[in-house]
Write a protein that binds this ligand. Structure first.
Ligand code: F6R
Length: 249
């Protein structure tokens, strides 16, 4: 694993956008695996700026990790809306090259299988991930086992509590989601895990240096050969020695 620590999330976002640009230029039909939440926002801002500076995103396909069950894409807290707001409405990715799970599908199991087919057809070149305070990636929550395929998940209470900051009331936070499984994540050619803020420091350290454990889903990334962990100083706090240098590389 490569670890890169930045002074702030803005600089980190610019770095990840540069990685994405490289992938976009290296492939005729580049596929980006995308996350939502507060963490990737500086990356989307930087990617939009790159687009305004001339980066053509027309050949890009995007595959999002997850979606809340029960929220229509027009709901302001749906991940479809988030993506529209932070990326898609500002760039030139054609609509039919954008993939998200449908959280209001009438047959959710069939929707999971449809999404696995999308992932199978469009292997991801660069997967961008955030990390939950409990170590989840996508919505692969800590458990006795991690599931490989796209599936329906009951969100853990700490995830619901953490995501309540985006809603008026914790009662409004959906308790279930559709998420890509860990196999799809690990199949990406390249993975970038982003984390910012002191509240992520402990779980980042556990994920990066604590061995592979299903109760820390992000630790599974240790099995992948091309992972870059992109942090700000706060999120890296537990990986630093007293002189501010990374203890592991
Ligand atoms: C969302 C996702 C989640 C988030 C994680 C961190 O698509 O995949 O794993 O990345 O919950 O969320 P933030 O960035 O809001 O702390």
């Amino acid at each position: 694993m490569k670890i890169r620590v930045f002074d702030n999330s803005h600089d980190a976002g610019v770095y990840v956008a540069a990685l994405a640009e490289q992938v976009i230029e290296d492939h005729a039909s580049p596929v980006l695996g995308l996350a939502t939440g507060s963490t990737p926002i500086p990356f989307y801002e930087a990617l939009v700026r790159l687009h305004q500076c001339g980066l053509d995103l027309a050949p890009v396909k995007t595959i999002n990790l997850d979606e809340y069950i029960g929220l229509d894409p027009s709901h302001p807290q749906s991940y479809a809306w988030f993506m529209q707001n932070h990326l898609f409405s500002h760039v030139n990715i054609p609509k039919d090259q954008i993939y998200l799970p449908n959280g209001v599908a009438s047959d959710l199991e069939a929707e999971c299988r449809r999404y696995d087919e999308v992932i199978r057809k469009h292997p991801v070149h660069l997967q961008v991930l955030g990390i939950g305070i409990n170590g989840h990636i996508g919505f692969n929550e800590p458990d006795d086992a991690l599931l490989s395929q796209t599936h329906i998940v009951d969100l853990r209470q700490e995830t619901v509590a953490s995501n309540a900051r985006f809603f008026h009331d914790i009662e409004e936070v959906p308790k279930r989601a559709i998420t890509m499984g860990v196999q799809a994540i690990l199949q990406a050619d390249q993975i970038v895990l982003m984390a910012f803020g002191r509240e992520k420091a402990q779980i980042v350290a556990k994920s990066v240096s604590g061995g592979v454990r299903t109760d820390v889903p992000a630790s599974i990334l240790n099995l992948h050969k091309q992972v870059t962990v992109v942090l700000d100083r706060d999120a890296a706090a537990e990986l630093m020695d007293s002189s501010g240098r990374l203890r592991i590389r």
